[in-house]
Design a protein around this ligand. Sequence first.
Ligand SMILES: [Ca+2]
Length: 329
Amino acid sequence: MRGMSAVTVVLLAALTACATDDGGAPAQVPSSAAVAAAEPGFAAGLGAGPSESASPSPSATPSTSTAPPVRDGKTILATDFERAAAGTAYGKGQWTSDGWNARWELGMSTRARVDAATAHSGSRALRVDYPKGTIGPEDSGAQAPFTLEPRRSYYVSQWVRFGPGFSFGTTNFAGKVGLGLAGGDSCSGGQACDGTNGFSSRLIWGRDGKASIYYYSMDHESQYGDAADIRLTWPQDRWVNVVQRLTVNTVSGGTANPDGAIEVWVDGVRTANVTGLRFVSNGDQVDSAYFSSFAGGGDTTFAPTADSHILYDDLEVSTGWPATAAPLT
Ligand SMILES: [Ca+2]
């Protein structure tokens, strides 16, 4: 079963950078979330070594056991950032007004704001800043885990626009992008995932803007998570739509069955399909839409060399193909 998922997986195990735990979670963050917020390790591994440039087999996506996209699902959460005035800082209260309830946030009130310069829908989008010379969720980007009713499978859709001249790092290159999915205790940050401490799956950037889906399952091959190619280089100054669907494995008598899956669509085309995954051996399901985006990395070799930003618009969580996503092709 491992072979099934390994086809599209980039193994990060061989990368040698040493992680430093920056302990970056704020005091009010619950301990289970603190680990995910600090996330010291993943980016220290990503892009840190020569093997980073080795590409996975790009389209070796096997036909799969995953079901076709659901056409008649419903939207659970959605925001188009049209409600608040341009310049409004987008802290927890603004998200709550949109119906998105976060258990905590980092950077939303200081580095995320409504922007009216370029929008995908209407006249406004959310701008998130990644300041020059900074890494980690305390000083770069923004994070917030939004609560979802536990469910085996969800879709998340987002329109993403990297700013012109976006800096992917200094001598090492990595960062997380936008809205992902997680469940239980959101295993991440170099943790072993033992089936009882949850899972996470998020988009990332690497060297030269190479995009991947980065996920923690019970079978991750190194100390850090696994990454699968999504056949995308993050474009600068152009909108791109990325949809992820994560399906949690079934459990039989306390044993995780290898039938979990992660799929990614770029502008309506499925570009990744990782199957055979085991996320949990308990009753955890997808219960969090995890906005998690920052530069880095365990050290400032991952820091942007110029002030950089990403625009986000039309974020949606749904149980079928998202209404605001690019048409499915
Ligand atoms: Ca908008």
